[in-house]
Design a protein around this ligand. Structure first.
Ligand code: GDP
Ligand code: IMO
Ligand code: MG
Length: 421
């Protein structure tokens, strides 16, 4: 029986998961999302065009691939319908290429309002959420109040919707937060109608039947390991398990059925939203990374915080996910640096620490190791042997520290700008 391979982010999201899934899709028959929702923004570049996907799996553009939105995902019908119509405009028959789990939860217009109200109430301690209603939707899921995709087809769907909406209005009054959701609600019901064109499935059965038939499946993570609800920089995290374990609960796959785990990281580090980021740079170097790396959010357009690669955090993520192969992205962004730094340890309150601590806060001072930059353009390299020695040394150090090989290197946003070793 086949196993499910996994692609996931090892940092704070935006590592380049969309690109990697698009590159790997020709090796797979099925691509499945297992957690998160429209807080994700996965960019794909090919044929001179760019697409940003939020809920739709990144296999959608490849002929012959089936795409599954798993039970662990939360869906905003407005955003999903809009995304689908953009893909359909390119001539792709999305309905025949995508199935949606009946067990996936719906993000209501009032979940978005509650997200905004909660953030406003937190003031300076706000999470910096994407305001897509992710947290409130997962709260209703674990609180056992949520509405699921399968409910859309029930005769009392409208009553269930109204009851949940009333509960949300009550909560909004407690926040003293006023918002008119009428316009969004109209779009929401149009989105629901559009979703009815799709097959709503028991995705756990579909996935396990595919495995029995030796069909190759790739699970596509959203966000990143350091945004995981349990092991990320809580409370500055998202509301789902972004780690590999999320594949089991978010698709109904047994732990023994997990195959390769591809862990993606940027050659440096970014974060968007609030929360700890030990290697963040507040100087001109950070600004250079942001400008050269075009580090502005694919979902919200917010400038991303930038800093050096953090091997303490990376090793933690490798361990928690059982990563079997590393993928290094955006290597080209470091082309013009004389010195490249990497955090190899932390100092916390005067003590040396070599693991990612519970108290991941501003008291951390990273201990850096410096590398000589390669100072040349590597965008046209297509064979590992062609990389300059300084680049190879950088990769070798990361491999030695993490104990996992770097099997794919990305040197530009396009599909073609990829080196597989
Ligand atoms: P995701 O959320 O993990 O899919 O990543 P995003 O799409 O949010 O952010 C990654 C950004 O980097 C996108 O704009 C990609 O097109 C771009 N990108 C991916 N890989 C590379 C690379 O190797 N070099 C450069 N310059 N850009 C890249
Ligand atoms: P992809 O899949 C980067 C961040 C938000 C915020 C925190 C909580 O494109 O890598 P949420 O809206 O989930 O309640 O926000 O998580 N965040 C992301 N950061 N990439 C993402 O997705 C993210 N999804 C959420 O900025 O700090
Ligand atoms: Mg993104």
């Amino acid at each position: 029986m086949k196993k499910v391979d996994v692609v996931l982010g090892l940092q704070w999201g935006d590592e380049g998961k969309g690109k990697v899934v698009d590159v790997l899709t020709p090796n797979y028959d099925v691509i499945a999302r297992f957690q998160g929702g429209p807080n994700a923004g996965h960019s794909l570049h090919f044929g001179g065009e760019k697409f940003v996907l939020h809920t739709v799996p990144s296999g959608i553009f490849r002929d012959g691939s089936m795409n599954i939105i798993g039970n662990g995902v939360v869906i905003d019908p407005v955003i999903l319908a809009e995304e689908i119509s953009q893909i359909e405009a390119t001539g792709i028959d999305v309905v025949s290429r995508m199935k949606i789990s009946k067990r996936a939860h719906l993000i209501l217009p009032t979940h978005r309002a509650l997200d905004a109200a909660s953030e406003a109430a937190k003031g300076k301690t706000k999470i910096g959420s994407t305001l897509k209603g992710i947290g409130p939707a997962y709260m209703d899921k674990t609180g056992r109040n949520g509405l699921r995709v399968g409910d859309i087809l029930l005769p009392d769907f409208m009553e269930r919707y109204q009851a949940l909406k009333e509960k949300h209005f009550f909560q909004l009054r407690q926040y003293d937060y006023q918002v008119d959701t009428t316009a969004y609600e109209q779009e929401w019901f149009r989105g629901i109608e559009s979703l009815k064109r799709f097959e709503f499935v028991d995705s756990e059965m579909v996935v396990n039947n595919y495995l029995k038939q030796d069909t190759a499946i790739l699970a596509e993570g959203a966000q990143g390991s350091l945004l995981d609800i349990d092991f990320g920089t809580y409370p500055y995290v998202t509301s789902s398990n972004t780690l590999c374990a999320g594949v089991c609960t978010g698709l109904g796959v047994a732990p023994t059925r997990i195959g390769e785990v591809y862990g993606i990281f940027k050659a440096y580090c970014t974060r968007v939203g609030s929360g700890p980021f030990p290697t963040e740079l507040f100087d001109a170097t950070g600004e250079t990374l942001r400008q050269v790396g075009n580090e502005f959010g694919a979902t919200t357009g917010r400038p991303r915080r930038c800093g050096w690669l953090d091997l303490v955090a990376l090793k933690y993520a490798v361990m928690m996910n059982g990563v079997t192969a590393l993928i290094m992205m955006k290597s080209d962004i470091l082309n013009d640096f004389d010195i490249i730094k990497v955090a190899v340890g932390y100092e916390v309150n005067g003590q040396k620490v070599d693991y990612f601590p519970y108290e991941a806060d501003e008291n951390i001072t990273p201990i850096y190791r410096e590398f000589e930059g390669w100072n040349c353009d590597i965008c046209n390299v297509r064979d590992f042997e062609q990389f300059p020695q300084q680049f190879k040394d950088y990769v070798a150090f990361i491999e030695a520290e993490c104990g996992v090989p770097v099997k794919i290197i990305s040197v530009g946003p396009d599909r073609e700008e990829t080196i597989v070793r």
